[in-house]
Design a binder for this molecule. Structure first.
Ligand code: GDP
Ligand code: MG
Length: 439
């Protein structure tokens, strides 16, 4: 498939903007790739439409051909769709008990994942209690016991004669008496979604406080996974998903489908049978795995980095030659905003904290649009050479932007500060921090 793609790309002439024909040609291949990766058909269709709309008319980055540009957009949209960043399990404060209910079909990996998560939480200083609520599968209790022992985590069970809801209640009582602050309910699955299983889960949820209902899904079930997820979400409500068996050769399309259909975050991925084989879910890595176009993505990343570096170099040159003006300042602010929460980061650099303590305030949305208004009220000369800004010019700018003159003064001060800061951090502001992908 990859070869085929490369050929298609070669045949597309490089041009300034993506035409509808460019986009259609490349999306045909993307569609095949997604279906091969087991993304659900419905999700593929919706996704194609969204990408098509976004892509047509976009500028093609220097160094990419139209086909590659489309892949770049597809990849970005996939990452966005899958949540853009990692999500952690939401836990109550350590002084309270967090109840996690694991659910899913038989064989999905609930019992294994229960023990895996317990290990993660234990290493974070929590004290988990595993609860054997699967009273149907003959060896289920013993399996949980063995896994709990391996993790050094206590397992609570009441044999197979009690109802799961009563086991859960008793377990939570046991937990609060013995200082456990996380209770993980390992419930029973079935081969298919059926009413008994759903009713059992509903009964637990109605009678004990479940803080997080976590669905465990076997990634190898492909197209089916999304149906399972939407049924569980409708009937029980899910807060997060764990996708197991991604150590196999499945491309993991289920991740995209489940997120698209339920909107619920994927928290972890299972990468093997060992209890340490549980990894954080990274949307960018998953997008690249699902697309299966590693070569193209590597090229795109390289081009992006080159562009960022060019920009950074240009910025540095301007700073050195004192050409750095308000237009550049505005661009920098917008970049900082994209990166988010910069004050925390800068606070860690000695001598930076105090200087930049109000940076987040400067780049919040409302403040940004005022800054923009002020800069747009400046003449090109004022923008490139702020030293000409005398009181009467400042007054005119303030009136033009509809702000108080003191705000203009503050902007000029912040500009000077920013300029100083950027001189101290050569290369850092030019986007090297953006555009990176995990691998
Ligand atoms: P449950 O019925 O949902 O409780 O599923 P189990 O936890 O008993 O797991 C079913 C089988 O899948 C077991 O043989 C596990 O070792 C295996 N398994 C679970 N998670 C993973 C995973 O991430 N990768 C692989 N390769 N096997 C897994
Ligand atoms: Mg089990």
């Amino acid at each position: 498939l990859s070869d085929k793609l490369q050929n298609i790309f070669k045949n597309l002439r490089s041009k300034g903007r993506l035409t509808e024909a460019d986009v259609k040609a490349s999306l045909k291949e993307v569609k095949m790739a997604l279906l091969e990766a087991d993304v659900s058909f419905k999700v593929v269709k919706q996704f194609m439409k969204a990408v098509q709309e976004r892509a047509v008319g976009q500028d093609v980055l220097n160094g990419l051909n139209p086909g590659q540009m489309v892949i770049k957009i597809v990849n970005e949209e996939m990452v966005n769709l899958m949540g853009a960043e990692t999500t952690e399990i939401a836990l109550q404060p350590a002084g309270e008990i967090t109840v996690l209910m694991m659910m899913g079909l038989q064989g999905a990996g609930k019992t294994t994942t229960t023990a895996k998560i317990a290990g993660k939480l234990k290493s974070k200083g929590r004290k988990p209690l595993l609860v054997a609520c699967d009273i149907y599968r003959p060896a289920a209790i013993q399996q949980l016991q063995i896994n709990g022992d391996k993790q050094g985590v206590e397992v609570f069970s009441m044999g197979d004669k009690n109802k799961p809801v009563n086991i859960a209640k008793a377990a939570i009582e046991h937990a609060s008496k013995n200082g456990h602050n996380v209770v993980i309910l390992d419930t029973a699955g079935r081969l298919h979604v059926d009413e008994d299983m759903m009713n059992e889960l509903i009964e637990i949820k109605e009678n004990v406080t479940v803080n997080q209902s976590l669905l465990v899904v076997d990634a190898m079930t492909g197209q089916d996974a999304v149906n399972v997820a939407s049924m569980f979400d409708e009937k029980i409500g899910i807060d997060g998903v764990i996708l197991t068996k991604l150590d196999g050769d499945t491309r993991g399309g289920a991740a995209l489908s489940i997120r698209a259909v339920t909107g619920k975050p994927i928290l972890y991925i299972g990468m093997g049978e060992k209890l340490s084989d549980l990894e954080q879910f990274y949307p960018d890595r998953m997008a690249s795995r699902i697309l299966g176009m590693g070569d193209v993505l590597t090229l795109i990343e390289k081009v992006q980095n080159d562009i960022d570096e060019d920009k950074a170099r240009e910025m540095e040159r301007k700073l050195r030659k004192a050409e750095f003006g308000f237009d550049d300042y505005l661009e920098q602010m917008q970049q900082i905003k994209k990166m988010g929460g910069l004050s925390d980061l800068l606070g860690m650099i000695p001598g930076m904290g105090a200087q930049m303590k109000n940076i987040d305030e400067v780049v919040d949305d409302k403040a940004m649009s005022r800054v923009e208004a002020m800069i747009l009220s400046m003449t090109p000369q004022e923008r490139s050479n702020p030293s000409v800004l005398n009181p009467s010019r400042k007054k005119r700018i303030a009136d033009g932007a509809g702000v108080n003159i003191s705000e203009v003064n503050r902007l000029v001060k912040q500009f000077e500060q920013g300029k100083k800061m950027m001189k101290q951090l050569p290369g850092m502001m030019g986007g090297k921090m953006g555009g990176k992908r995990g691998k």
